[in-house]
Design a binder for this molecule. Sequence first.
Ligand code: ATP
Length: 319
Amino acid sequence: MKKIAVLTSGGDSPGMNAAVRAVVRKALFHDVEVYGVYQGYLGLLTNNIKPMERGTVGDKIQRGGTFLQSARCPEFKDKEVRQKGIDNLNALGIEGLVVVGGDGSYRGAQRLSEEGINTIGIPGTIDNDINGTDFTIGFDTALNTIIDAIDKIRDTASSHERTFIIEVMGRDAGDLALWSALAGGAETVLVPEHKKDIKEVADKIQQGIERGKKHSIIVVAEGVMSGDECAEQLKKYINVDTRVSVLGHMQRGGSPSGVDRVLASRLGAYAVELLMEGESGLAVGIQNNKLTKTKFEDIFSSQHVLDERMFRLTNELSI
Ligand code: ATP
């Protein structure tokens, strides 16, 4: 394989730049020409494809977001539309493509693989909701951003004896909520994978108050309900002073953590190795600290599952 390209797609995540850097440098190290596709799949269609040099990815490893930019491109689901992208790659002699993104981006990559472009996926999303890998790029950074917020909120919650509801990202996956609740010492976590009775939550807060607890922190994943809705529902059962904090897009930003930079570098380089070996239709990942590859169809065949043991532990430690 003499020419490959890389793009970032879907929601951005800290560490995408480190992954792109690794793809570019690893390819150049092996004398493979490498192109960057700007604006994800949209850039494939608009031919926004530019050669990458060593220096193009200089001073990028520490930056959040994605310098290649990302865009939603729903029309990419259409085969005829995709063919335009394939034609653009063919015109440049590009035979392989690395796609950094989430589940949706993998579906586009799978289609391209079936239609003649060798593709490898790299898991780039803060949600940690992709099968075939223990961790996605950006999860660790987002987790630390949330923990930092919880620690700060805890200070003020304690001073004013308040119950704080912290709404975090996670439409379908509760990993960010669960890990941050455990690491932040939250009293309660609400995740999409488990229905929890709000009365139970209220009872627990009440018991805490009776024991002399100064504050309570509830972490709620956006996929369960909004922070405001959670506060409304709590009011039905308990009379406490509640405040809601919606962390929002700050969770997606910031300089990637060391863990994310290392993960991105390892996965980016591995993706290039696989393309050089003629592999396609696979996503790379890390399982038990070993690099792994998984067919896209296996990734899509089951739902991401929450770590039940950790869920129980979070509840046990917050008594
Ligand atoms: P995140 O998890 O951060 O939202 P994602 O990769 O799942 O990331 P999506 O918006 O679902 O984000 O998908 C990104 C892009 O992938 C879409 O804009 C579209 O261009 C492409 N895509 C999604 N689903 C398909 C599909 N079924 N077939 C072809 N392309 C798809």
